[in-house]
Design a protein around this ligand. Structure first.
Ligand code: SF4
Length: 474
């Protein structure tokens, strides 16, 4: 079966594909690699990965591709699901014989509803898609394939879950970067906090933390951090400069790369002789010695989910890291010279006007290099979703506006969805438009032409985005 792995087009510049934790059009140009699709693609000869959003491919263009394939696997998300169903239906109309499967967190959380809503969907994979898709491609009897739900003769069946892949199985998977090289254009991917061009990959899957809002560990990757060996990671990394000659930075996009500090240090030590610049995701609770080893091994930046400056909210969402611990960690990073991209969320359980102000003050105190403020999005399958649904705080199920920007879907007795929505822009402005931050940015622009170009472009994109989301809300 000639197989197409498709991250379908939906909204313009929608960063919501197989690699994106928060599915939305971003404030500035940003695309994650469709890494999840590239694993099974690496196991299926003659397959093809098409990532429509960064390529700017229209629905019409991808629909025409259907004639060339027997099996089409689409990665979907909660905000794009309805549009993705439409794309799948049109592909089936063009090639009625093709088998269509959907993958991703949304169909894992609601497989029955997904199969009922999408008449063109033949099967969905739940949790890890690697081997379920491969076994469909091998044309095994679907009733024997663990981890899929499917439709047969109009009846929907749910097979038992498939056990998560263990460490050794992760080591045995193909590398994703040769698939990027084969099917994607790495110059079309950007992360605002990574140096351009960047290339990302996973060194492990899952996160032991229990943050109630976080989609992947609760729905697809699980709470045990399963890891590739450091040697296996380095074997892949070593080849990357040849595959991507202009690459300036590698991003280890594990849920929490530092969840296993001895292993993180081992990778840091093995990275050192390679002389490559890299960044990764972490929680704000890493010890100073580990930080030093990672910095020594080429670590440039951490993405840190501070989420809130209120300890009450941090407890409500089971973050497991207090503001005090985050302060100490941040001081250590500043001392050692590790940059931070800090992420915050407004609208989490317990949020009030006062806690939003607390978060803004805390963000300014932490003073990360760059900042991201998201609206709390209760995706199906998360504890946060169940909470807002049970309490009657979920006001609508439309997660994004017509341009793909996040919409506020929750409201609380003391805080309306409008107030939460407005707080995002206020948060950004109060963070970025400080004399000290402006001065730092000007210094960067004076020093480097590339930085000047990037900052000016991002500033322009930021203002345009804020206007568009305000207009859409109005
Ligand atoms: S630490 Fe990060 S990846 Fe892990 S559950 Fe919390 S938000 Fe998700």
């Amino acid at each position: 079966m000639r197989t197409l792995f498709l991250n379908p087009p939906s909204y313009d510049d929608f960063d919501g594909g197989a690699g994106s934790r928060y599915q939305a059009t971003r404030e500035v140009w940003s695309f994650w690699y469709p890494t999840w699709l590239c694993y099974p693609a690496g196991m299926i000869p003659d397959s093809k990965v098409v990532d429509a959003p960064p390529e700017g491919l229209s629905q019409e263009t991808v629909v025409k591709m259907a004639t060339d394939f027997d099996l089409i696997v689409l990665h979907t998300s909660t905000p794009s699901f309805t549009l993705d169903c439409r794309t799948a239906k049109m592909m089936k109309e063009v090639n009625p014989k093709c088998v269509v499967g959907f993958a991703g967190g949304h169909v894992t959380a609601e497989p029955e509803a997904a199969l009922r809503a999408g008449e063109a969907i033949d099967f969905v994979t739940r949790k890890e898609m690697d081997f379920p898709v491969k076994e469909v491609w091998e044309q095994r009897d679907w009733s024997d394939i663990l981890g899929i739900s499917y439709r047969k003769n109009g009846v929907i069946h749910h097979n038992p879950d498939r056990p998560m892949l263990g460490n050794e199985e992760l080591d045995a998977l193909p590398f994703v970067t040769p698939i990027y090289h084969r099917d994607l254009d790495y110059l079309k991917y950007n992360s605002p906090y990574c140096q351009y061009p960047y290339v990302s990959l996973y060194t492990g899957r899952g996160c032991p933390a229990r943050c109630t809002f976080c989609l992947w560990p609760q729905v697809t990757t699980g709470h045990s951090y399963r890891v590739r060996s450091a040697e296996n990671v380095i074997e892949e990394v070593r080849e990357m400069p040849k595959l991507f000659p202009e690459m300036k930075e590698i991003f280890f996009d594990d849920d929490t790369f530092t969840a296993d500090p001895p292993r993180a240090r081992r990778i840091g030590e093995l990275m050192k002789p390679l002389g490559l610049c890299w960044s990764t995701n972490s929680r704000a609770n890493v010890d100073r010695d580990t930080l030093k080893t990672l910095k020594d091994g080429g670590l440039r930046l951490f993405v840190i989910g501070y989420e809130s400056g209120s300890d009450t909210i941090l407890k409500n969402i089971k973050k497991g890291v207090s503001t005090e611990r985050a302060r100490r960690f941040t001081r250590d990073c500043h001392d050692i010279g590790i940059l931070i991209h800090g992420t915050f969320i407004v609208g989490l359980p317990g949020e009030t006007m006062e806690t939003i102000e607390e978060s803004i003050r805390f963000a300014r105190e932490m003073n990360p290099e760059t900042l991201q403020v998201s609206l709390a999005s209760p995706y199906p399958g998360t504890e946060f979703f169940r909470y807002v649904q049970d309490e009657g705080f979920l006001v609508n199920s439309v997660y994004n506006d017509e341009a793909g920007y996040q919409r506020c879907t929750v409201t609380y007795p003391n805080l309306s969805s409008e107030e939460i929505f407005d707080a995002v822009e206020r948060f950004y402005r109060q963070y970025y438009f400080r004399p000290s931050y402006i001065f730092k940015s000007v210094k960067k622009m004076v020093k480097s032409r590339d930085e000047r170009k990037r900052l000016l472009r991002e500033a322009g994109e930021f203002f345009t985005t804020m206007k568009k989301r305000r207009d859409a809300a109005a």
